[in-house]
Each structure stands twice: as C-alpha cells, then as structure tokens.
Write a protein that binds this ligand. Sequence first.
Ligand code: ZN
Length: 244
Amino acid sequence: LACSAGSQRTRPKFHVLAFYTVKTEADHLDFARQAVTFFADEAKRDNFDWHVTTNWNDLNAANLQHYQLVVWLNDSPHDPSQRSAFEQYMKRGGAWLGFHFAGYNDSSTGWPWFSRDFLSAVFLTNSWPPLPAELTVEDRSHPVTRGLPATYISPANEWYIWKPDPRAGKDIHVLVSLSPANYPLGMKDTLVSGDLPVVWTNTRYKMLYCNMGHGDKIFTSQIQNQLFRNAILWLGDAVKSSSP
Ligand code: ZN
C-alpha cells in the first residue's frame, strides 16, 4: 500500500511524444537536440513524461493513445498514413506543439488539412541569416504567455513569413508576433514589411505553433524559455485555461 501511494504521488501529469529527424540541415538538428534536453529537464521539474523518437512510424493510432501531447521538432510526417493518424488524433482531442520547420508547408506539400484547416498558414519566404528580433506579446492573459513582458528580444532565428497570413484564419489566435521595428530584417534574404505572426493557436484544436527553432541560440533567453515551458504545460493540460 505504501508503495502504491508512493507511485501515485510521482505519476506523470501527462505523457508527451516528441518527433525529430537526424536527416535534416545542421541548424535544424541543433535546435531539435537542444529541445530534447530542454524539455527532458522540464519534464523532471514539472513531472510529465517526455519520450522522444526519430521514427515517424510511431505516429500511428495505437501508439498515440498513450500520449496527451505530440511535439514536432523541425520535421513533419511525409507518409499519408502518418498524416492521417495525426489528423485523427487531433480531431479526437489530442494536443500538438510544433516548432519552426515543423510548420513548413508549400504548394508541393499536398496536405490541405494541415495547411488550411489546422496551421492555417502556408510558407511564403524567410529572413537570412538567423538574427535576433524583438517580438511583441500580443495577448499576455493567455496561459502560454503568462509572466512574459509586452516585448522581448528573441534569440537568433530564421523568421518565416506566411501567405495566407495565419491571422486571417477565423479560428487563429496570434499570441506573439514580430515587432515591425525589426524591418528591414535580414541581410542575404531581407524581410522589409508585413504582418509576421510567430506563435499562434488554432482554437478549434489543442495546438500551438512556434516559429522559433533555427540554430543553437533559441534556448538562451530565459523569457522565451518561460513561454516554451508554459506552452507544454498548457497543452499537456497541467494548466487550466480558466484558472485566474
Ligand atoms: Zn530554419
């Protein structure tokens, strides 16, 4: 009985399955590996289960039933059966956290549900090289942005701009965006103007997309790390949206 009470106390609050790939550009892998370590530490601190795989075939219905949250670190499923399993998982109340290249999709992607109904954004262009940028926290009352200042400097990243702009999606709630004060942003590839949402959620799903994720500087901001921590706890349902 004592044993059972003990295990009761340490039971993880929720279970996370994170996907990444080693067959990608070095900067994307650097971020993925740092994220694996960062969230493993958070898992210990906040008592959730953090499981990592590079096998995208783990994205199947039988396996997903063990997890409350799926994380994509700079990759996404390419196989129709993996895509279909994910779509069903999300429609049945699963949660998703995607970083940077995980949200990349263009005219060749061929996954309209993801582009149109879920992420509500299609990649248009990016800034280059990776640079820090001032971000505006548009909604500071959301559980994901709790404790963040109105603006902060986000470490060096490659920033994506989208068309259609996710903000145009009727169910999209933009939480963080690029401050227009950054323009022109970039040197080789320069963004000169335009709305650039960085963190958003589609309110029809339990999901959050963060454009951060390029290179090895992303976790150097304590402010931004708080956002990531908030995000995983919110999506894992350890933080209730209704709580004051
Ligand atoms: Zn990138």
